[in-house]
Ligand binder design. Structure first.
Ligand SMILES: Cc1ncc(COP(=O)(O)O)c(C=O)c1O
Length: 377
């Protein structure tokens, strides 16, 4: 059988892919001395707001700061409970914690996303907000979440860090509630060359609060400090890179969906696997495939097989969900997530691998399950 190496993510290739263009952008920004809060940042913010059809996009240092500033600006404070899935990055919960709130962990459903029934069971008089996590490039079924929020007067703060461009019923992830957050970590669907993030909102008061919070609480119009803030600005150089990459974003998404189609065609007949819904599975969802997270009853053996043949895999969050980190002492009710952590794994999904790489990964998985390595895709 053919052998090749398919790393989980090839970081140098991210630069090499458009090296000439990046060199021009970097030289331009540096020779203008445009390091902090310059026109590239404001242009990127305008471009992102237009792309997502929202009133405000505010560039910040990273996805974690996007979440923290959103929690503060949405009014989360001492003792407020915020319901968030356990199947998420610790940054979702730590942003709630650092704003003074209490993260209350809910379960996920069969699509690995927030489970509305689990949310309902956790509501108390202290519940202030729900933080759906739009994981793996897919937006949750937001209808029941919006209903719960409406009925109980709760804010929605979306952790859409993994879901730029993903939609539910034609509405973009990040635009369902008070604020939506994005991470531009290099391996994200829109990756910077370092840390970067953004908040989006249609609420002008929240936007104004965040513009101040990201820059030491200063108000540049009046040259005063109006609140205690942070240094959480998005670097201007990263903004210039992101602007370039956002102009190509639809092509990146198309490419990822192409890889998902290959995996879907090759792997759907394998009973032991639970795959993410295919790119054309239903009309309500448009997925951008930040990750390709599947479930296998023979997960550890399958990973070892792929590793032996040069294919990198990853367990999201290092293999544990938030309720399993005992040091965090989080209140949780997550039986489905508990099982999920014994089965979930991610195979390569990015725009620096080739479709042939995806076919190679697929063939290896098929041969692991005793199927002929060839398939139609
Ligand atoms: C779901 C989720 N939330 C929050 C974050 C935090 O983003 P950042 O690493 O840019 O701080 C990430 C990044 O991996 C994430 O995947």
């Amino acid at each position: 059988m053919e052998t090749r190496t398919v790393p989980f993510f090839n970081y140098p290739e991210l630069y090499r892919q458009h090296q000439e263009d990046f060199d021009i952008i970097i030289t331009d920004v540096l020779s203008r001395g445009a390091y902090i809060m310059q026109r590239d940042l404001f242009e990127f913010e305008a471009q992102l707001a237009e792309y997502l059809n929202v009133k405000h996009a505010i560039g910040v240092a990273d996805g974690t700061m996007a979440l923290l500033l959103s929690c503060i600006a949405a009014g989360i404070s001492e003792g407020d409970e915020v319901i968030v899935p356990s199947h998420t990055f610790v940054a979702s919960a730590s942003s709630i914690h650092h704003s003074g709130g209490v993260p209350v962990l809910c379960d996920c459903g069969p699509d690995n996303l927030i489970d509305a029934d689990s949310v309902k069971k956790l509501l108390t008089s202290r519940t202030k907000a729900i933080m759906p996590v739009q994981l793996n490039g897919r937006t949750a079924n937001m209808d029941p979440i919006l209903e719960i929020a409406e009925e109980h007067g709760l804010k929605i703060i979306e952790d859409s860090c993994q879901a730029l461009g993903s939609k539910f019923k034609n509405r973009f992830a990040g635009t369902f509630g008070a604020a939506g957050t994005f991470s531009f970590f290099p391996a994200k669907t829109l990756g910077a060359f370092g840390d970067a993030g953004a908040v989006v909102t249609n609420d002008s008061a929240i936007a104004e609060r965040i513009v101040g919070l990201r820059d030491h609480g200063r108000d540049h119009r009046t040259n005063t400090v109006t609140q205690f803030g942070f240094n959480a600005r998005l670097d201007n150089l990263q903004a210039a890179i992101l602007m370039y990459r956002l102009s190509k974003y639809d092509d990146y998404v198309k490419y990822r969906r192409g890889i998902a189609e290959i995996y879907q065609a090759a792997l759907q007949e394998i009973e032991d696997l639970v795959l993410p819904p295919g790119p054309h599975a239903d009309a309500d969802h448009f997925d951008v495939f930040q990750n390709y997270e599947l479930r296998s009853g023979r997960r550890d053996e399958l990973r070892a097989h792929l590793d032996q043949h040069g294919v990198g895999t990853i367990l999201q969050w290092g293999g544990s969900c938030l309720h399993q980190f005992s040091a965090l002492e989080l209140r949780a009710e997550c039986p489905n997530t508990e099982i999920l952590t014994t089965e979930f794994m991610m195979i390569p999904m990015n725009t620096v691998m080739t479709f042939d790489d995806a076919r190679y990964v697929s063939s290896l998985i098929r041969s692991f399950y005793g199927l002929p390595k060839d398939f139609e895709a």
